[in-house]
Design a protein around this ligand. Sequence first.
Ligand code: ADP
Length: 469
Amino acid sequence: MPTTDTLVIRNPADGAELARIPVTAASEVAWHTADALEVHRSGVWSSAPPRARAAALLRLADLMQRDAETLARLDSEDAGKPITECRENDVPGAIESIRWFAEALDKQYGRVSTTSSDVLAFTEREPFGVVAAILPWNYPLAMACWKLGPALAVGNALILKPADATPRSTLHLAALAEEAGIPPGVLRVLPGTGAETGAALAADPIVEAISFTGSTTTGRKILTAAAATNLKRVSLELGGKSPQVLMADALAFGDHLIDGLIEAAFLTAGQNCTAGSRILVHESIHDEIVDRLSRAAAELTVGDPSDAATQIGPVIDAVAADRILGAIDTAVADGARIATGGVEVPVVQGGRYIAPTVLTELPANAEVLRTEIFGPVVTVQRFGTRDEAIALANAVDYGLAASVWTKDIDDALAVARGIRAGLVSVGTYSEGDMTVPFGGWRQSGFGGAEKSLQAFAQWSREKAIWVQS
Ligand code: ADP
């Protein structure tokens, strides 16, 4: 039965309605996966020469470049992200990822095993067939492209389920893919809710691999659905509570340090799985860091995301705003001091804007130190020794990203190696470029890296072939 439900897309900046988009019902999901399987088996994409697939993906990247301003505006409006962030970071990054995967796809080689002279044993990678990705709302286009690039490059038929609030850039991407000559049916975008469309994909028996970026709670549901049905491969990119460790000499980085701390904590209003939301500072520089960080946070421009000067836009919706403000209240009740922020900022009627917030003097058992806030809130804690810093860094269930700020090579390596997380940067806070694998540990996820050559492995499976003569 086709659904009559619709997603009402609203601009988080002011609550204005932007679009109404039909929800893809579970029965329609089943139709699409069956149809996608036929397209895959036809070989129109899966058997196309790798150079032809690469050429189509490069054309897609060119078309995204042509429509870059439209794509930036769609993400800014749907997600409430500052337009400058979309123009300078998200959209160029998304285009770059498609180009990178297109260029890399035919530059990989298989493996031949060492065997006897009458045997040839080798491995090949094959696409799964029909695969799916369930996307978050904080980087709608970029996450679509991190998954689309390698999934299509290796020859799968891909279904994208954008987040409920942010489907429009993904729909535009699908139109560009068609214009680029990617055969019809190879890429489908099925907008809908998580409970209906997302859950149907996670449980679908035809979908053989699913990649998810979002909350740890939803990741568990997807893993459970996959386990209960066809044991599809699951890759999870989940939440985080990422530490930034400032050793005693960190001030030697000058303004770069404060800029890095601010960007790590407050990019996309802190609604970022890699947000560096826990600052751990050597006690000798604690007060100076709190002072400089608070002043820099207070200077950030909170405003309408369509304004190019805005650095902090609204949070995604009222539920998120209430949750974030509630977490700040709980922290204060636990004994925290608000060094700056902690309040809503009246920017535009209908939007919910929260001032960049720095919390200090937290007792070790404060809830805010363990729970992902997903908002513009950063905590500062002191440590005395390197071992204490590592212990604090690891005192959460997550393990996505981290940074270490020191010029001492021994400290840098000891902390980087001591932190249980998938990505640690030193003297900066960065995910690195497309060559760097991205993926969390522990409750931040598993199932293979995104970006880098390793992403191809996430979207394909290895077959060993043994030939005896
Ligand atoms: P948030 O709570 O911020 O919306 P989620 O992790 O729940 O974050 O959402 C990320 C994506 O997961 C969205 O595309 C959403 O529709 C989808 N989703 C939510 N619940 C489910 C579910 N039970 N099964 C599959 N996908 C889901």
